[in-house]
Ligand binder design. Structure first.
Ligand code: PGA
Length: 248
């Protein structure tokens, strides 16, 4: 059975005290929740959040990592360091990092290896831009992002990877893909995974949707057959919105 997951991606928002307050409120309001709940915060908050979340339902994720374990890489953080904090997950390949930091599928494949080598689970993000959708290359593009990002992994390693489909045109824009568009792409993603790993691995892989998911559309989105939860940006910064999405 694949996991149902809601992950909040705070991006570059919240100072430490605001993050602590938000985290405590989420913990208080989600003790009965059966979905897995993840919060992904800036690096400098992670140690504190891991401590706060010990013994609770919440898991903590980094938003990025470096692909090497140590060395002369000023300003970077390795997966060995993240694992040492007791972190559960790392987000890899978010569209903002692909766009603003020129992260390619092959670099992301190295980051995924670095994360798995430290027993961190991965949320692997991908998705098309509006131009790519309009040119009708979105299915092929997503196939390539998956093939080049994770197809070197073993079936056993695939159990540590959660997928997040994030159409770039719906991220932070208020524009949401329709539930039909989302289901169509998620079914495609599961088919791509099946073609390489077989249906048991594909059926056990959680595929999250990200892109202006909010309380008003999360129930509809999460009720689609191949949608196993969401990666939430803007709406994860407000406790009431985030908790209502978690409970959708
Ligand atoms: P959004 O961001 O919910 O603000 O659109 C989603 C994401 O980037 O994870």
């Amino acid at each position: 059975m694949r996991k149902q997951i809601v992950a909040g991606n705070w991006k570059m928002n919240k100072n430490l005290q605001e993050g602590i307050d938000l985290c405590k409120s989420i913990i208080a309001l989600t003790s009965e929740v059966t979905r897995e709940v993840i919060i992904s915060a800036p690096y400098i908050h992670l140690a504190t959040l891991v401590d706060l979340c010990k013994g609770t339902n919440l898991k903590v994720a980094a938003q990025n990592c470096h692909h090497k374990q140590s060395g002369a890489y000023t300003g970077e953080v390795s997966t060995a360091m993240l694992a040492d904090l007791g972190l559960d997950y790392v987000i890899i390949g978010h569209s903002e990092r692909r766009a603003f930091n020129a992260e390619t599928n092959s670099l992301l494949a190295e980051k995924i290896d670095a994360a798995l080598s430290q027993n961190l689970k991965v949320i692997y993000c991908f998705g098309e831009t509006l131009e790519e959708r309009k040119s009708n290359v979105h299915f092929d593009l997503v196939r390539t992002q998956i093939t080049e990002g994770v197809f070197h992994l073993s079936a056993e390693q695939m159990t540590k990877v959660v997928f997040a489909y994030e159409p770039v045109w719906a991220i932070g824009t208020g524009e949401t893909a329709s539930s039909e568009q989302v289901q169509e792409m998620h079914a495609h993603i599961r088919q791509v995974i099946t073609s390489k790993y077989g249906s048991e691995v594909a059926q056990n892989t959680s595929i999250l949707y990200g892109g202006s998911c909010k309380p008003s559309n999360s129930t509809d989105l999460f009720s689609q057959t191949d949608v196993d939860g969401g990666l939430i940006g803007g709406a994860s910064l407000k406790v009431t919105d985030f908790v209502s999405i978690i409970k959708a």
